[in-house]
Design a protein around this ligand. Structure first.
Ligand SMILES: Cc1cc2nc3c(=O)[nH]c(=O)nc-3n(C[C@H](O)[C@H](O)[C@H](O)COP(=O)(O)OP(=O)(O)OC[C@H]3O[C@@H](n4cnc5c(N)ncnc54)[C@H](O)[C@@H]3O)c2cc1C
Length: 452
């Protein structure tokens, strides 16, 4: 099913995509909204499958009112947008999105596209991370949110960032046994950002509550932990780590791990949007201005898909990017509303930066992973193999030599830690080894689809 070329396409029906569609409809447009998920809501406000009876408060906790409001906003758009759920945009060429929906190939021809593709977990591979029983924090949360089950009987939570503490708390509240919360960031690093974090107001208080919760409920907490190995024979039986100057073994049968999030930038990359290296997030991020415009005419970015900012910011940016589309089409604008959005977006900048600094990606841990560690699990490439091939100063050349990043995930998981390993082996800055170029299909599709 194609669409007229005057179409505005919105990829992603999460907080950013929903608010973008809302503005476009208000301006008299009928956007195509597509999402690979079977329903709207995005990651944080993912709707449960039909028949699921857990109430909003149990599913979304303190953000239940925001979830309800976003779902209601989307429901109010039904019939006024061309909504295509379960539709993956797997390739973007100038003016065209190639899609896969229920096994059927399709395309959406667009004049403008707002990419609201969200984020995914960021990991640091460590010995044993490919064992059954190890998932990302997001994966563990999805099991709880959409299936009502835990990933194990005694789950260790490892990583850093707000999601670490949130998912551990959600598991404990749902009745699962949390073996421990191991945060790789020392308490002092977080404490240093406290004055700037105060600007977050309600979000800061929610974060403090989340971090206090395990301690108040007798859950073991280690900050400044260094994970060494996830042990086991068939699955997981423990997590070896260093903390307080000593080595410990934590008994557990599952590990949920994650070090913050990383934007899903593949479509922006295929669209030709230039990327810049961000020193704090240690990632290459697509270039766009505060109004959501990129240097590529007709391509707009909003939400976590451009830079991690959280759901509230994603909603604001989605609406703002849509107003840019409206303006670029020469349609009437609501200038006071645009000014309000600009102020609200600018007001979050300090808090977001402090959050990035409070929970840094542990790049030394990635750079120093043992040679035998599987770095790219799709293609079974070890850190040692990448180091042995470390003659080129370029991650893409190293990919050609080792197959790192050539598998199903297209380097979305192994790319950033691979860059750290390569840069350390070469003795250069991580920004100098570049990033894995986006390739289509951005996610696996049947071979027949790519042949069309
Ligand atoms: C796994 C996970 C769990 C999270 N849990 C929490 C939480 O509990 N609390 C919290 O505050 N924050 C959480 N976050 C962060 C939060 O989800 C985001 O800050 C917020 O949802 C950003 O909104 P968004 O609209 O930018 O992106 P998202 O909500 O991620 O929405 C993006 C949407 O785009 C769709 N999409 C992406 N690529 C394509 C494509 N190629 N084709 C079609 N559709 C596509 C996705 O299916 C998704 O529905 C989580 C993030 C992740 C990745």
């Amino acid at each position: 099913m194609s669409a007229p070329v005057s179409t505005v396409a919105v990829v992603g029906a999460g907080p950013a995509g929903t608010r973008a569609a809302e503005v476009l409809v208000r301006a008299g447009l009928r956007p195509v909204v597509l999402d690979e998920a079977p329903d709207n809501g995005g990651r944080i406000f993912q709707r449960p499958p039909p028949g699921f009876t857990r109430p909003y408060e149990a599913l979304y906790g303190s953000v239940a009112p925001q979830a309800r409001a976003l779902h209601a906003a989307f429901d109010g758009l039904r019939g006024r947008v061309d909504y295509r759920p379960s539709t993956l945009a797997w390739h973007l060429r100038p003016g065209t999105l190639h899609t896969l929906s229920d096994g059927q190939a399709g395309q959406v021809d667009f004049a403008q596209a707002i990419l609201c593709t969200g984020a995914m977990d960021r990991v640091v591979p460590l010995p044993g991370w490919t064992r059954p029983g190890v998932t990302t924090l997001g994966g563990a949360q999805i099991a709880l949110k959409t299936q009502g089950c835990a990933i194990g009987r005694r789950v260790a939570f490892l990583g850093t960032g707000p999601l670490l503490w949130l998912v551990a708390m959600q598991y404990a509240k749902a009745g699962a046994t949390v073996a421990a919360v191991l945060d790789t960031t020392p308490l002092a690093t977080k404490a240093r950002q406290a004055p700037a974090l105060l600007a977050g107001g309600r979000a800061f208080l929610t974060g403090l509550r989340m971090m206090a919760w395990p301690r108040l409920h007798g859950v073991k907490v280690v900050e400044g932990a260094t994970p060494l190995e996830i042990t086991g024979t068939d699955g997981v039986d423990g997590l070896r780590y260093r903390g307080g100057g000593r080595e410990h073994v934590l008994a557990c049968d599952a590990v949920a791990m994650g070090w913050g999030l990383k934007p899903e930038t593949q479509l922006a990359d295929l669209a030709g949007v230039p990327f810049d290296f961000d020193l704090v997030q240690r990632l290459h991020l697509p270039r766009r201005n505060d109004a959501g415009r990129t240097p590529v005419v007709g391509i707009y970015l909003a939400g976590d898909g451009a830079r991690i900012g959280g759901a509230e910011l994603a909603e604001l940016q989605g609406a703002r990017a849509a107003w840019s589309v409206v303006e670029d089409r020469g349609l009437p604008l609501d200038l006071p509303e645009i000014a309000r959005l600009d102020r609200a977006i600018a007001a979050q900048a300090g808090f977001r930066r402090a959050l990035d600094l409070a929970f840094p990606y542990p790049h030394a841990l990635a750079a120093e992973m043992p040679d035998a560690t599987t770095l790219c699990r799709c293609e079974a490439v070890t850190a040692g193999e990448l180091r042995a091939a470390a003659a080129p100063h370029d991650l893409n050349r190293a990919k050609a030599l080792t197959r790192l990043g050539m598998g199903r995930c297209q380097g979305r998981v192994c790319g950033p830690p691979g860059a750290e390993v390569l840069a350390a082996a070469l003795g250069c800055e991580v920004s100098e080894v570049g990033r894995l170029r986006g390739q289509w299909p951005v996610k696996p599709v049947p071979l027949s689809m790519a042949a069309e």
